[in-house]
Design a protein around this ligand. Structure first.
Ligand SMILES: NC(=O)c1ccc[n+]([C@@H]2O[C@H](COP(=O)([O-])OP(=O)(O)OC[C@H]3O[C@@H](n4cnc5c(N)ncnc54)[C@H](OP(=O)(O)O)[C@@H]3O)[C@@H](O)[C@H]2O)c1
Length: 281
């Protein structure tokens, strides 16, 4: 039996796959293109085909699987409930689900419904309710940071609780290794401080030794700039939506769950910026 790691090509799934490998957890990594995955990683990982919009891929992806690191991917037409039904049918025994901090107050987002659907299956679960990924700085914030040395998101002057996806992966792997200890638990995993994007820019300036600014665009400015750069409007809406709670001052809560579970301090934003320095220069 093995663990299915979804979102392997994403910010968290990849970190989970690396840590699961080091912990000798037998696993298979879900991707939408086996050819690309094999070309990029050879035999370093075992791969299986899974597309959440294609239920015909579910049975095979879940064969001989007893636990899942599960993400809800971006995009339309995700057959999440159908996937869970197949997992149940296949007798999966544990789902570690990547959710969102404060999900319980946000009935309008997917994760709210998804947590309920997972509970409804009766499969033991661990919910990792995550803060704002530091990895976003290397993802949708990367281009503006690299080309214009600016953080360009409509987040106002609000604080957000940045978290390193490597810390999320650590919790996920601990839960996968010791399901009975972590089953039917919800953990809120954030970094150790909530920061405004002005503060993040200041820390980047200091560590990168080059000026980085946060320009605090309005939603209108953000949307029209992104459209002029050829970004897709649904992507622009997602990024705007992600930063809305921050702008409203609702994203600043931090949690000590990481330290309680691991006995270690969370990765700080300074450490993160140092580790990934070369990406923005
Ligand atoms: N970003 C944040 O700050 C933040 C904070 C809290 C929670 N979250 C949650 O984290 C989740 C995303 O995780 P992430 O950021 O680690 O991932 P990500 O970097 O957004 O990567 C997306 C992953 O989803 C896969 N994927 C996309 N469409 C798929 C489909 N139809 N079927 C199967 N796989 C598909 C991609 O795989 P392929 O490349 O193989 O297609 C890729 O591995 C979301 O649910 C988000 O709400 C994000």
């Amino acid at each position: 039996m093995k663990t299915l790691i979804t979102g392997f090509n994403g910010k968290t799934g990849f970190e989970v796959a690396k840590k699961a490998k080091s912990a000798s957890i037998v696993s298979t990594c879900a991707v939408r293109s086996l050819e690309k995955a094999k070309a990029n990683y050879g035999s370093d990982y075992s791969f299986t085909l899974l597309d959440f919009t294609k239920p015909e891929t579910f049975e095979q992806a879940l064969s001989d699987v007893d636990s899942i690191f599960l993400i809800y991917p971006p995009g339309e037409g995700i057959e999440f409930e159908r996937f869970l039904e197949t997992a149940k049918k296949r007798s999966v025994k544990h789902i570690v689900y990547l959710s969102l901090k404060d999900v319980q107050f946000m009935p309008f987002i997917h994760h709210y419904k998804n947590e309920k659907l997972i509970k409804k299956t009766g499969i033991p679960y661990t919910f990792i309710r995550a803060g704002y990924f530091m990895q976003n700085l290397n993802d949708f914030l990367l281009q503006e940071l690299k080309e214009r040395k600016r953080i360009f998101v409509p987040a106002g002057n609000g604080k957000t609780s940045f978290v390193d996806a490597r810390d999320l992966a650590e919790i996920a792997v601990m839960a996968l290794r010791n399901p009975s200890l972590h089953q039917n638990k919800s953990y809120v995993i954030t970094g150790n401080e909530a920061l405004t994007f002005y503060e993040v820019a200041k820390r980047m300036t200091h560590i990168l030794e080059t000026p980085v600014e946060y320009t605090n665009p309005s939603v209108k400015e953000f949307k029209s700039w992104m459209l002029s750069q050829g970004a897709d409007s649904s992507f622009i809406n997602v990024v705007t939506g992600i930063h809305f709670p921050t702008k409203l001052g609702l994203a600043k809560g931090i949690s000590n769950d990481f330290e309680k579970i691991t006995g270690k301090k969370q990765t700080s934003i300074n450490e993160y910026i140092r580790d990934f320095k070369q990406y923005w220069l």
